[in-house]
Design a binder for this molecule. Structure first.
Ligand code: URA
Length: 437
């Protein structure tokens, strides 16, 4: 069957066979299927969905499209543990969780992505640190994993290359929020990167690709099932993404917030999430007896500074300027910082995470099209979140912008992103559900 027939078959809602999926993914990888056919196929999948069997076949085909890492020779006997987020606004979890887990003695060798649509990406955030590079050779990856216990690398051209091609195309064709495409994208990378145990952070709400709890549960279930089928241990957490995570949205601002969290003084929701995800990683890897024990170990490495020290070692080993980490005020800063006043008094009932993410993209903190450069300094710093009491004229958030025009465009959008009402509102819980394989 040729590519057009496979596109038409999916467009018409039929189930693709394993051979058809393998052929299509192989064609994308070797370049015989051009971007425009891949994009048409993505749109067909977006509208028609995939059966569980098709999603599993897609995942396995993408994982097998390149090299499959085996890191056991680097640290014989160690359980290699990984985490992955399905993507959200203000999600800097890897930046805090990686060093915490590594400081607890568990090696974390991680492939991360760039921003996708309204959600930021770990690599873009870390690149705010002058000199830091995600392009590490396999030899460097192995050496650093052995020496420091923590590596965050860009997905190499050799690792799940089919996902790399499709990921970039999805970002610019409106085909990101598709359950089988997200499940396949995340799990293909996790399987190819060689982790024995994986903690998935499935975001749920306006700032996530899965907006409802039911969709997030179904994505989590599917990823846990695929991982288990492939012989990996998997835990999935479903976490809050109605409003942005923490207070910072924007690359350098989020690095600053992650550093504060490594010192134990991050915003309440983000501190909680970072500690819970790190605890789950210790538990799934057998490095803690139960969640309580895991949480104590996590607190210990934050309190005595080992987690922050590990972050510094990791940044230095990947070429980054540790002076910016030790003095986060030296990270890139926007020339304009403008307060956004509350239009009315009351309590914050909702804060549209997606809109805050889109505003950040429009400020220059994300990409409009494939390959666009991004400005690490811009973004939004929240002062009020759901549950906050606010008086008219008080600051809801601050805009960090490169120009007055960019800030002026952002301010009314940010005001409109807040829903303020007279009656009190409760803060939102951060963990919504948990599933294990
Ligand atoms: N993260 C990924 O790696 N892929 C997606 O599709 C979404 C989030």
């Amino acid at each position: 069957m040729n590519a057009v027939d496979i596109i038409i078959k999916k467009r018409n809602g039929a189930e693709l066979s394993r051979a058809e999926i393998d052929d299509f993914i192989n064609g994308i990888t070797v370049g015989t299927i051009p971007d425009y056919q891949a994009a048409a196929w993505l749109m067909a999948v977006y509208f028609q969905g995939m059966t569980d069997r098709e999603t599993t076949d897609l995942t396995l085909a993408m994982a097998a499209s390149g090299e499959q890492l085996d890191l056991h020779d680097v640290l014989p006997g160690a359980v290699i543990v990984d985490k992955h987020s399905s993507g959200g606004v203000g999600d800097k979890t890897t930046l805090a969780v990686g060093p915490i887990v590594a400081a607890c003695g568990l090696p974390v060798g991680k492939m991360s992505g760039r921003g996708l649509s309204f959600s930021g990406g770990t690599i873009d955030k870390l690149e705010s640190i002058c000199g830091w590079s995600a392009e590490v050779s396999e030899e460097h990856f192995r050496r650093q994993l052995r020496a420091i216990g923590l590596v965050v690398a860009a997905q190499t051209a050799d690792l799940a290359p089919a996902d790399k091609i499709l990921y970039a195309l999805r970002d610019v064709t409106g085909t990101v929020p598709s359950l089988p495409l997200i499940a396949g994208s995340i799990m293909s990378k996790k399987l190819a990167a060689g982790a024995d145990a994986i903690v998935l952070d499935v975001k749920c709400g306006r700032g996530a690709f899965m907006e409802t709890l039911a969709d997030a549960q179904s994505l989590a279930q599917q990823m846990v099932a695929i991982g288990t089928l492939a012989g990996r241990k998997v835990t999935a957490l479903i976490t809050q993404m109605e409003q942005p995570l923490g207070l910072a949205v924007g690359n350098a601002l989020e690095v600053q917030e992650a550093i504060a969290t490594l010192h134990g003084c991050g915003p309440i929701d983000f501190q909680e999430l970072a500690e819970v995800v790190a605890g789950e990683m210790l538990l799934i890897a057998g490095a803690a007896n139960d969640l309580g024990d895991a949480r104590d170990r996590v607190r210990a490495v934050i309190d005595d500074g080992r987690a922050f020290a590990r972050f510094c070692d990791f940044v230095a080993s990947q070429g980054g300027d540790t002076a910016q980490v030790e003095h986060p005020e030296r990270l890139p800063a926007a020339p304009l910082v403008i307060a956004v006043p509350a239009p009315t008094s009351g309590y914050v009932h909702a804060l549209d995470a997606r809109e805050v993410g889109l505003v950040t993209v429009d400020l220059g903190g994300g990409r409009q099209k494939k390959g666009d450069p991004i400005d690490p300094a811009v973004g939004v710093m929240l002062a009020a979140k759901v549950g906050s009491k606010i008086a008219a004229g008080e600051t809801l958030c601050t805009v960090h912008a490169a120009s007055r025009a960019a800030a002026d465009a952002a301010i009314p959008r940010l005001q409109a992103a807040y829903t303020i009402a007279a009656q009190p509102a409760a803060p939102l819980p951060i963990i919504l559900d948990r599933m294990t394989g």
